[in-house]
Write a protein that binds this ligand. Structure first.
Ligand code: COA
Length: 270
C-alpha cells in the first residue's frame, strides 16, 4: 500500500526547482554517514572538491549531529525497494560506532557536510526582570563545507534533495539544543559557474565581494559567498522533508498519467 502523501503547502520556496514531472529516483536514500560509508564519502569528497580536509573533518562527519558537524550522504541502491528508502532520524543519539545498516550493494554517490557558526547575540532591549528564566536560543549560521554528487548521478535532483534534507534535519534537531539557525551559506569557486547557478536557482544570493585567494591550489583563486535566509518555508518543509516531496512528485506523475489515459479513453483513442 502506498503511503498517503501530505497535502502540499501553498507557499513556494524561493528558487526551489522541485520538479513534479521528475520524481526522485527510487534507488536513492539519504542517510547519516556511518563507519562503513565513511571511506567512500572521503574518496568522493577528495575526488570532487578542491580542498583537502584533515582527518578530524571526516571523524566529525560520523559523529552527527554536533555543532561542529552535520553530515549526510546520498546512497544509490542497485535494487530499488519502494517504501524502504528513508532519511534516518538524526534526532536520536547516534554514536559513531553505530553498526552499518547499509545493504552491501548501496553505493555512496554524494554527500553534504555543514558546521554551525555562532553569531553575536543582539543586545536585549527587554528589562532584565521580564527575561524568561528559560535558556535563550543562540543565533547561528549553517555553513556548507561540502556538497558534491558523482557526475553520473547529477541532474536527478539529488543535490537539491540532500540540501533540503540537511536543512530539515537542522531545523528539527538544533532548536532542542537552544540553537536558532538564521542563514545558510557556502563558498563557491569563482570559476564554478555551474554551482553558482545551481545555488541561485535554489534561492541563494551571491555576495558582491569576491574572497580573493580563498583556494590556494586553484587559478583563479577567488571564492564567491552564496547565502540565503532560513525562513518560515524551511520550517514548513521540515515537517515532511525530502521524502514527502518525492511521494508528492510521484503522485503528480501518476495523476498526470491517469489523466492521459482517461483523456484517451474519452477521445476514443488507444
Ligand atoms: C553542483 C552539484 C552539487 C549539483 O548536483 P546535482 O545533483 O546535479 O543537482 P540537482 O540534480 O539537484 O539539480 C540539477 C538539475 O537537475 C534537475 N532535476 C532533475 N530531477 C529533479 C528533481 N526530481 N528535483 C529537482 N531537480 C531535478 C533540475 O532541473 C536541476 O536543474 P536546474 O539547476 O537548472 O534547476 C554537482 O554538479 C556537483 O557535485 N558538482 C561538483 C562539486 C561542486 O561544484 N559542488 C558545489 C560547490 S560548494
Amino acid at each position: 500500500m502506498r503511503t498517503p502523501s501530505l497535502p502540499s503547502h501553498p507557499l513556494a520556496k524561493p528558487g526551489t526547482n522541485h520538479n513534479p514531472q521528475k520524481p526522485l529516483p527510487a534507488e536513492l536514500s539519504i542517510t547519516p554517514i556511518t563507519a562503513s560509508t565513511l571511506p567512500a564519502y572521503r574518496r568522493l569528497i577528495t575526488l570532487l572538491l578542491p580542498i583537502r580536509y584533515p582527518d578530524k573533518f571526516y571523524e566529525d562527519s560520523i559523529a552527527n549531529p554536533t555543532p561542529s558537524s552535520l553530515a549526510l550522504c546520498a546512497l544509490w541502491h542497485e535494487t530499488p525497494r519502494p517504501g524502504k528508502r528513508k532519511l534516518e532520524s538524526l534526532n536520536d543519539e547516534m554514536p559513531s560506532s553505530t553498526p552499518a545498516t547499509t545493504e552491501p550493494e548501496a553505493k555512496v554517490i554524494g554527500g553534504i557536510q555543514c558546521r554551525l557558526e555562532p553569531l553575536p547575540c543582539p543586545p536585549s532591549t527587554i528589562p532584565t526582570c521580564l527575561i524568561s528564566p528559560l535558556p535563550q536560543q543562540q543565533p547561528h549560521n549553517l555553513y556548507i563545507q561540502t556538497l558534491a554528487i558523482l557526475s553520473p548521478y547529477r541532474s536527478l535532483g539529488i543535490a537539491t534533495a540532500i540540501l533540503d534534507a540537511i536543512i530539515s534535519t537542522t531545523l528539527t534537531y538544533y532548536p532542542c539544543q537552544n540553537i536558532n539557525v538564521k542563514e545558510i551559506y557556502a563558498h563557491v569557486w569563482e570559476a564554478n559557474e555551474e554551482a553558482l547557478e545551481w545555488y541561485i536557482k535554489r534561492g541563494f544570493e551571491v555576495e558582491g565581494e569576491m574572497v580573493e585567494g580563498y583556494y590556494t591550489k586553484l587559478r583563479p583563486s577567488g571564492a564567491r559567498i552564496v547565502r540565503r535566509v532560513v525562513g518560515v518555508v524551511d520550517w514548513v518543509d521540515a515537517g515532511g522533508g525530502w521524502e514527502r516531496k518525492r511521494e508528492e512528485s510521484r503522485d503528480g506523475v501518476e495523476r498526470e498519467a491517469e489523466r492521459e489515459v482517461i483523456g484517451k479513453a474519452r477521445d476514443g483513442g488507444g
